[in-house]
Design a protein around this ligand. Structure first.
Ligand code: ADP
Ligand code: MG
Length: 138
């Protein structure tokens, strides 16, 4: 399989959050990717998507699927993560009250993304954050 595409993710658009992960989940299911891999892909993309929605000024999610893996790149326009090591710690969260009202802000997202991914790369400055992950199909 070869597929690529891009989703725009708006800041605080909590009603559409999850669009990228559910669309990609559908594609991988139709392509016959195993359930356990799809579960990891869905968790990683969903958590990353939510992070762009609740923590950034907005961004994009670009995916590249080939026969052996999926690569997903999330890019946003800030305000960035001050201390990535701290952000990866379970329970650390700066989620605002609105996000918490929607049930987000447990502080487990980045750690779960890292654990679900075979390759995990995150860079951040006050201009924005780029998260680049890869998950292999076997
Ligand atoms: N795209 C992002 N832009 C800015 N800050 C982020 C982004 N993603 C994560 N963070 C920071 O890292 C923290 C931890 O993220 P995460 O583990 O997903 O927990 P949560 O989203 O529940 O707060 C967030 O609270 C936030 O401070
Ligand atoms: Mg999160």
């Amino acid at each position: 399989m070869q597929a690529t595409g891009k989703f725009v993710i708006e800041s605080m658009d909590l009603d559409n959050a999850g669009n990228a992960s559910s669309t990609i989940k559908k594609m991988l299911t139709e392509a016959g990717v195993s359930k356990s891999i799809i579960k990891r892909v869905s968790i990683a993309i969903y958590e990353a998507e939510i992070n762009v929605v609740i923590h950034s000024y907005g961004g994009t999610c670009t995916y590249y699927i080939d026969d052996e893996k999926i690569r997903v790149v999330f890019e946003d326009t800030g305000p960035g993560i001050e201390d990535i090591e701290q952000a990866l710690e379970p329970g650390f969260s700066t989620a605002n009250n609105q996000a918490i009202t929607y049930g987000f802000g447990a502080g487990m997202g980045l750690m779960n993304i890292k654990n679900a991914s075979d390759e995990f790369d995150i860079t951040s400055s006050h201009l924005g954050t780029t998260l680049d992950i890869k998950i292999y199909f076997n």
